[in-house]
Design a protein around this ligand. Structure first.
Ligand code: SF4
Ligand SMILES: [Zn+2]
Length: 118
């Protein structure tokens, strides 16, 4: 069970605020949006993946004390750890560009027919 970052009491993982000290635990009053908080005099950005890879453009960077997008760089998100094989990449590209391939195929056939009728 998670604990409140302020009073360290055990709290429900879906709790929007701490029932003991009323600290906000989720952002925008929504149980699905975790609100991360820095401990004491540290900043979240110091250990955030998105600061390290320079992809964050939040105005509070690099001094965020609270953030909904924080991700500890010691535990990178799945998308950073997961590398597609080249076959899977090619399959995805072919699926996304089926229309283009059909048009190119028709153009090729038209060219061959035009050349044959000369
Ligand atoms: S996502 Fe949040 S914690 Fe991470 S670098 Fe940006 S502002 Fe800082
Ligand atoms: Zn609390």
């Amino acid at each position: 069970m998670p604990t409140c970052p302020r009073c360290h009491q055990a709290v429900d993982s879906q709790a929007i605020t701490c029932p003991y000290c009323r600290t906000a635990l989720k952002a925008y009053g929504h149980p699905g949006i975790p609100l991360y908080r820095a401990v004491e005099d540290e900043y979240l950005c110091q250990t955030c993946t998105y600061d390290e890879d320079n992809t964050c453009n939040f105005p509070q960077r690099p001094y965020a004390k609270e953030c909904t997008l924080y991700h500890n760089r010691l535990h990178p998100p799945e998308r950073l750890r997961y590398r597609l094989s080249w076959q899977a990449t090619l399959r995805g590209w072919l699926q996304r560009h089926t229309g283009l391939l059909i048009v190119l195929g028709l153009l090729g056939v038209s060219l061959i027919v035009a050349m044959a009728n000369r």
